[in-house]
Design a protein around this ligand. Structure first.
Ligand code: FMN
Length: 187
């Protein structure tokens, strides 16, 4: 499919600060999530799930993030705490990809976690193909158990990342890509 190859050859992320509304429609969001769930998955374990943040939910999540930040940094200036509140506010839609693995005799945790990464990229790719900007981000809050608890993750679950999705306000600049000669060998 030449169109798909052409698209994949130039796909690149858009910074959330270079996004605004509108975000995907409800039908487009369904498409994005469906494609996020259509990824290689050894053992058909579906070792991922998605949390959608839109509208006020983004601010509520930001308040939880800022609360944990303030507890852990009691000397933090108010401006830093205010900035944490805005973590999910730049793009109109943020999808958290949760890695939800289980013990399996044939499918190691690593493979299940890789499948969550595949979900993240499929979400980025699907949103981009629909004409939106997308960006896969993590940050300290991705690895903070108190934040994860506040966002509703179970103790065994981890976050693969937050995918920010919106309308690009300017063309995204590409970045250098590795030369194949540096990353490819023949055995
Ligand atoms: C797991 C993961 C976490 C990332 N976290 C961040 C982050 O917290 N902040 C950031 O600026 N970029 C982060 N990035 C990089 C962005 O996604 C970046 O925009 C992307 O690598 C651009 O590549 P592309 O143009 O090929 O889409 C992360 C990437 C991955 C794979």
């Amino acid at each position: 499919m030449p169109d798909t190859i052409d698209f994949l050859k130039v796909r690149r992320s858009v910074k959330p600060r270079e996004m605004s509304g509108p975000g995907p429609t409800a039908a487009e969001l369904d498409t994005i999530l469906t494609i996020g769930a259509r990824v290689p998955d050894h053992g058909k374990l579906a070792p991922w799930r998605f949390i959608v943040f839109e509208g006020d939910a983004r601010a509520h999540a930001g308040e939880a993030i800022a609360r944990v930040f303030a507890e852990k940094h009691p000397a933090a200036p108010a401006a830093d705490i205010a900035a944490e509140k805005l973590r999910l506010m730049e793009a109109p839609l943020v999808i958290a990809v949760v890695s939800s693995i289980r013990s399996h005799p044939k499918v190691p945790a690593w493979e299940q976690e890789l499948s969550a990464g595949a979900s993240c990229l499929n979400i980025v790719t699907a949103a981009t193909a629909l004409g939106y900007g997308a960006n896969w981000l993590t940050g300290w809050m991705t690895y903070d158990r108190d934040v994860l608890d506040a966002l509703g993750l179970q103790p065994h679950e981890k976050l693969a990342g937050f995918i920010h999705i919106g309308t690009a306000t300017k063309p995204s600049e590409d970045r250098p890509r590795p030369a194949l000669a540096e990353i490819v060998t023949r055995f």
